[in-house]
Every structure is written in structure tokens, then in C-alpha cells.
Design a binder for this molecule. Structure first.
Ligand code: 5GP
Ligand code: ZN
Length: 114
């Protein structure tokens, strides 16, 4: 998608602090971090929202969680734990319409979320 900011990051057209990438997924530091470790995990494939997923995407979405585990290990958070968040559409506050998982770690989180 030519006007998608996360596609542009994945293609290297917009700079970002990339912490992991391979043929399927890119992970980069959030520009406005909400925790000591705040990484955005995206598929290279442009999918606007979780509502747009198809059965073809099952493996890709599962793989994003395995990438989260790699990010946890890199940051020494495997034992303490972390939070993964995926917003979907208006009620959640989704701002970027290319699916992504927020990896948040390095502090305690409240529940329920705001
Ligand atoms: P959403 O509200 O869609 O779940 O989250 C979008 C996230 O993307 C926000 O946390 C925001 O700070 C981050 N973000 C938006 N634009 C950019 C950007 O250009 N670069 C980076 N690294 N993060 C961005
Ligand atoms: Zn995109």
C-alpha cells in the first residue's frame, strides 16, 4: 500500500529503529514509547485491521507471537513477562491501519487497560 506508513517502514522508505526483520515480519521501536521497551511488530503483508484477516493469515499471525518471544529474550524479559496489545478499529483507538502487535515491557501494567 503506497500510502501506508508501516508498509513504508517495512520497505525502508521511512526510517525506524528496526529490532528484528525477516521475510514475513518487521519489528521496530515505537516512535512514542509507552514503556521502557515498546516495539511494534508488523507483517510485511498489508492487512488493514484484525477484522480483515482470512484463514490464509493464520500462520502469519501466530508467527508474530513467536517474534514477540524473540524480542522478550533480546531484552531480558522472558522471565518477568510483558504485554502484547493489538488494537482493532475505532473503539480500540487504532491509529495505523496496518495490523500490528504492540510489545510492551520493562514495567508493571495495570488491568483492566484504559
Ligand atoms: P495503534 O494506535 O494504531 O495501535 O498504534 C500505532 C502506534 O504506531 C503508536 O503507538 C504510534 O506511536 C506508532 N507510530 C505511528 N507512526 C509511527 C512512525 O512513523 N514510526 C514509528 N516507529 N512508530 C509510529
Ligand atoms: Zn501497510
Amino acid at each position: 500500500m503506497s500510502d501506508c506508513i508501516f508498509c513504508k517502514i517495512a520497505e525502508g522508505e521511512i526510517p525506524a529503529k528496526i529490532v528484528f526483520q525477516d521475510n514475513h515480519v518487521v519489528a521496530f521501536e515505537d516512535i512514542n514509547p509507552q514503556a521502557p521497551v515498546h516495539v511494534i511488530i508488523i507483517p510485511r503483508k498489508h492487512i488493514p485491521t484484525i477484522s480483515d484477516l482470512t484463514e490464509d493469515d493464520q500462520e502469519l499471525v501466530g508467527y508474530m507471537h513467536l517474534v514477540a518471544n524473540k524480542i522478550a529474550a533480546k531484552n531480558g524479559l522472558t522471565e518477568d513477562g510483558f504485554r502484547l496489545v493489538t488494537n482493532c478499529k475505532k473503539a480500540s483507538g487504532q491509529e495505523v491501519f496496518h495490523i500490528h502487535t504492540h510489545f510492551l515491557g520493562g514495567r508493571e501494567f495495570g488491568w483492566p487497560p484504559g
